[in-house]
Ligand binder design. Structure first.
Ligand SMILES: *Cc1c(COP(=O)(O)O)cnc(C)c1O
Length: 403
């Protein structure tokens, strides 16, 4: 097969539009509902509740603002510790800090690449006073929800679910985004469906939903003038953005089917290589396959060094590493990405506690599953619009790295 660069870049995950979006945006324009109220907002809140199976949805400016509202609902106070997924995008963890909380980072397991229940159990032994846990479902793969939910219940802790990457994924037939006391989803441009931006707070509590409606519109009291008793935010979703989301929602299952086909073509294309795809619990979970990822077997890793800002490697026959593969992907005008660098390795969180199965993950010589997956794994081009032919070229370019 000839390997030459694509004329048009193949993205990691870019917006896929269908036409209905512009109709709802136009309707907002023509009826002059060009603000943070309107029919599109009401409709997307209703549609998401029906899809996810939660009672209330509050449309917000982003997934990050939804997580911030969730942390505030959970009552996190300055100085309080909060258990958080370690290997995730930093928007999972930052909202804890917005409220003055202290993220305690929990290591990852190999079965789903999410929070390790064993490490969480250990963390509750070390910090029994913790009352809130923020759990992400990385790359659209549901975490070990039964275990994590029951550990949280045992300790009377509130569960915040970060389902930003996992909209449409299910665990034992139940949608992610419905397990948390408070959950967040995202309509960022790179997510499985998009509004260009936007997010939602999901909950079964009417009181909580009403609080978020108030806080997200600058916390106005019911008075004839602007009167404020509480601190407010300008976090509500625009009716224009909601129009895009409204046009996208009916295409969620279609996007998932496309992403699944991408995942399976990679799996087939790599079946005789010393690599594995990002795993999930095949018995209990159905991912939304948002990003296809791979991890290289330890024995097939060439030498790779990552500093704070740069990476180097040494080519070796029969072996490869994420840095070499990412270069090969870039060379054909496609976009891959390293695994989300774990929060415990981020300069900003270098002083935060990090807990593994063995306890203090920062103690000398301790092993971290997240650090290992970051070292050996990478995210593959997973765009809905990538053709099977383009994907075959990408697969070939990656196979060549192992020659
Ligand atoms: C995208 C993302 C968010 C934040 O969503 P935004 O809408 O971009 O603010 C939070 N958590 C995870 C895991 C994400 O991938």
């Amino acid at each position: 097969m000839e390997i030459k660069p694509f004329e048009n870049k193949v993205w990691l995950s870019s917006p896929t539009m269908h036409g209905e979006e512009i109709e709802f945006v136009k309707e907002a324009y023509e009826t002059n509902w060009m603000s943070t109220v309107g029919a599109n907002i009401n409709e997307v809140e209703k549609l998401v509740c029906e899809k996810v199976g939660c009672k209330y949805a509050v449309a917000l400016a982003s997934g990050t603002s939804a997580l911030h509202m969730a942390v505030k609902l959970a009552g996190v106070k300055p100085g309080e510790k909060v258990f958080c997924t370690d290997m995730t995008f930093d928007a999972t963890v930052n909202p804890v800090v917005y409220e003055g909380g202290v993220p305690v980072l929990i290591d990852t397991e190999y079965d789903t690449w999410n929070m390790d229940p064993e490490a969480l159990r250990r963390a509750f032994e070390i910090y029994p006073e913790v009352k809130v846990c923020v759990l992400a479902h990385l790359y659209g793969v549901p975490a070990k929800l039964d275990e994590i939910k029951s550990i949280c219940e045992e300790h009377g802790a509130v569960l915040i679910e970060d389902a930003a990457e996992s909209l449409g994924a299910t665990y034992k037939g139940v949608q992610t985004g419905s397990f948390g006391d408070y959950s967040a989803i995202s309509f960022n441009g790179n997510k499985i469906i998009t509004g260009s931006s936007g997010g939602m707070l999901l909950t079964d509590s009417l009181e909580s939903a009403n609080k978020v409606r108030k806080w997200s519109t600058q916390a106005r009291d019911n008075a004839p003038w602007y009167q404020h008793t509480e601190l407010g935010y300008n976090y509500r979703m625009s009716n224009v953005i909601a129009g895009v989301v409204r046009g996208q929602l009916p295409h969620l299952e279609e996007h998932i089917a496309q992403k699944k086909a991408i995942y399976e073509r990679y799996k087939e294309g790599f079946k005789d290589l010393p690599v594995k795809m990002n795993p999930f619990d095949e018995e209990n979970a159905v991912p939304n396959y948002w990003l296809s990822c791979m991890i290289i077997d330890e024995a097939a890793m060439c030498h790779q060094e990552r500093g704070d800002l740069t990476a180097t490697y040494e080519t070796e026959s029969g072996k490869s590493c994420p840095t070499e593969i990412l270069e090969a992907i870039t060379a054909i005008n496609a976009e891959g990405r390293p695994i989300w660098k774990p929060m415990h390795m981020q300069p900003i969180y270098k002083n935060n506690p990090f807990i593994t199965r063995e306890g203090d993950g920062r103690a000398e010589g301790k092993f971290s599953v997240g650090a290992d997956i970051f070292h050996r794994g990478l995210c593959l081009p997973s765009d809905n619009k990538m053709t099977a032919q383009q994907q075959a070229v990408i697969i070939e370019a990656i196979r060549k790295c192992f020659e």
